[in-house]
Write a protein that binds this ligand. Sequence first.
Ligand code: NAP
Length: 542
Amino acid sequence: MGSMHQHPQKPNGNGAVEQYDVIIIGAGVVGLYQLYRLRKMGLSVRVFEDADGVGGTWYWNRYPGCRFDSESETYGYSFSEELSREWDWKEHFSGQPENERYLNFVADKFELRKDIQLNSRVSSAVYDESAHQWEVQVEGGQRARAQFLIGAVGILSAKYTPPFEGMDSFEGLSFHTSNWPKEKVDFTGKRVGCIGTGATAVQLIPIVAKEAGQLTVFQRTPNYCAPLRNAEVAPEVQSQWKATYPEIHKRCRESPTGFKYDFDPRSALEVSEEERLALYEELWALPGFKKWLGNFHDIMTNMEANETFAEFVRNKIRERVNDPVVAEMLVPKDHPFGAKRIPLETHYYEAYNRDNVLLVDIRKAPITCITPKGVKTQDAEYEFDVIIYATGFDAVSGPLTRIDIRGEGGQTFKDKWAAGPRSYLGLQSAGFPNFFIGMNSALCNYTVCAELIVEWIADCIGHLREKNLASIQPTLEAEEAWVDHANELAAGTILTAADSWFVGANIPGKKRAVLLYANSAREYRKKCHEVAANGYEGFVLR
Ligand code: NAP
């Protein structure tokens, strides 16, 4: 891990207002590359980062088993061939400790730390219309101004913990998975409760189950989990990647999902059952997301096609769980395959074959409160030493609306996005000039579209400076058309067919709205480039 002393210190808040060309909020995957890119253009940039280290998601999510389920050679940045060649991925699907090391390596290699101020949570950002500048307030009182502000805050960074009654009274240890302690948590012999069974819980449950005395999993909705099939990277594979990174990166940039594979152009319904099952078995045996994103294209758009694969997956689950009652509890029946993010797993279902693991259906008997001793449901009380809240995030809009962002006429971003995301291209929102949304909310391998966004924003800022322009923001018409288009696209898929973070349905009171851009990443890239090439069509430049 890089040395902390190279980072600028947080001032005490009594000083003058600092002045930069660009302020970036967040030093994760987007923030680090954005800083690199803008600084190369000769701009003065300051990154404010809440954490005491860089890495964003890979800083916060330290729970055991945390890893990405993109292929490592496709998740790493593509912007520097030298970086790609210098870095060795140890696993095909790399784990959190290594991912955090990678992002620290990037910060050191490109000497990014001198412009990143850690332990600095931005509490507000206010647009000064006469000066065309943003003034940012950091908790503790520090103030800084810049012409451009970039919210590189991540789509899954605002953690959500359900406000269970009595949470503070719990006498044991408890934490949300994205606030996991830095020191190793020793579960040996402990009674552990885990609330939630999303992608996060699915990664940690098999590991905690092995260590804990007793693990109780509180499940509301079972998921379609599919085998990750992770492995160490053999030296010859590593060399092969290093020799072909330009092609790998090109393939990802040109693919509809940012991965190395495309959907099968055939319909699941146009082939014989035998042929269909043969493909399903073949995909199932492969590592990673190909069983989702390399499947028949219409499993994402046609319920009948979807059901053929959903039933295949249900049977795979049934095969792996010894107790048929527990197996049925783990089989999803209330939503289509892929309507929620598919968790990729390693020995997840086998965890339920262990004597020390208990699955509790909280759809039948909901949690009523947390007690000093543990978790109480409608029909029982469970005593724990540790409670893990694997309860997810207020996705996409949450990290932005939690900051007091005020645009033209004092309007707040929170109000603007109250009924769902209102942006043009996912990049800017009308009424918030010079504010860029630096997050990948496209349905795309995260880094692949994150790089697209970073580069688009950098080029846009370069264009404004070159033309000596003061501000950019979308027209309301362009924004409305984009929102309609994004909603229409999602309505043509099964993405809205479940209550998940994709539509904000995991947060009580959050307006149901599509949070992801459901187009092919290739089309998205094309559109972003076209808009820029046409003189930032749909934007007002002043
Ligand atoms: P999540 O998918 O939103 O899952 C949260 C879990 O908590 C769900 O099982 C949910 O049940 C449960 N829950 C929420 N509120 C509850 C309540 N009041 N009472 C009982 N249970 C409650 O969150 P996550 O697992 O942290 O994953 C979020 C996203 O992060 C993923 O979809 C993925 O995009 C990303 N992620 C990626 C990786 C990776 O790259 N491998 C790993 C982890 C996470 P319901 O389903 O019934 O709402």
